[in-house]
Design a protein around this ligand. Sequence first.
Ligand code: GLA
Length: 403
Amino acid sequence: MAEYIKNKQKKKEEEMKDKLLAKFAEVFGSSEGAKVYFAPGRVNLIGEHTDYNGGYVFPAALTLGTYGVARKRNDRRLRFYTMNYNRVDIVESTLDDLVPLKKSGWTAYPKGVMWAFKERGMEMDCGMDFLLKGTIPGSSGLSSSASVEVLTGFILRDLYGFKVTNRDLALIGQYSENNYNGVNCGIMDQFSIAMGKKKQAIFLDTDTLNFNYVPVKLKGAKIVISCSNKRRGLGDSKYNERRSECETALAELQKEISIDSLAELDEEEFERYQYAIKDETRRKRAKHAVYENQRTIKAVEALEKSDMEAFGRLMNESHISLRDDYEVTGIELDTLVEEAWKIEGVIGSRMTGAGFGGCTVSIVKKEAVKKFIKKVGKAYKKKIGYYADFYVVKLGNGPKVIY
Ligand code: GLA
């Protein structure tokens, strides 16, 4: 059986490779010398908005992700093409045009990484042709942008021989997102994508970057992603706002207690010192960061003991905290989660990623998956007016060369 599934996956990958190379040849004239790569997307099981507060996260790489085909050029031009939009134009640039914060649409992600390599003294000596195809729904909270960043870094290492580890690829990706694209994200997305391992999640201490892999054995349950199809829109600026609310709360707490991050507090300490935070909204934000961090530790313990009930309960509590204290959910994500909670066979359900739209993640007993998709889908359409999409996902490996 396992052999059969393996062969089927291999065949699918072969077909994808052929399709990508054919498109590359059509767009860039030929596919001679072009190589094919893949980097995953990620889902965060629990530990949301903790990674810029020095806390734990528990994400995993997916088998969905971004494919890239690339080839070096013998001039300084950069030519990009995506198969994800119904447009046929190549986006042209050059190595001399890698300018931070300059609006350049989706190409800002690969360009940002090229710039970030250069910032670290690793300069590309020639340009490249680069075709991308993502299988992650865009703006879904499954990190399509971090996937492109890690993919680009991986390709640069392979084609230009830069000496970097996968951990470096994560840090370079985050650096480019912060400084080239102006989103102050933490390290979770890029790290889980660069370091992903099949069937495992990563219990990562974002303060030290120490981590361990934890097998995700769901005992007859599946991971279902429900995509709200609500675009993040203002999300990036709200994201930065949450981050600075946490920073201010930390500074207020530091007047009373010696800590370097919110995650250094446990629930009891937070309750003891929370008076130091002068504003009710900021107090709620900090409370989420502290409690969510503790929940993440407990959730990993629960999973390691195969206590799925406890794991699910913590996921649900995480959502409530993100809804009421951190206020990053919105009616779309709340509807998906609250409808999921009503269904028998749902072990846990919560929003995943930054929020403000995007996806939820649910652990659903195998026999309830069909019913879940039908019922949640119907209720969502009725309340929100448009459809949600559902994906039963698998946890996969980090970036790789396909051909
Ligand atoms: C986004 C960011 C991550 C993390 C999550 C929220 O995905 O890129 O660094 O902060 O939001 O947990």
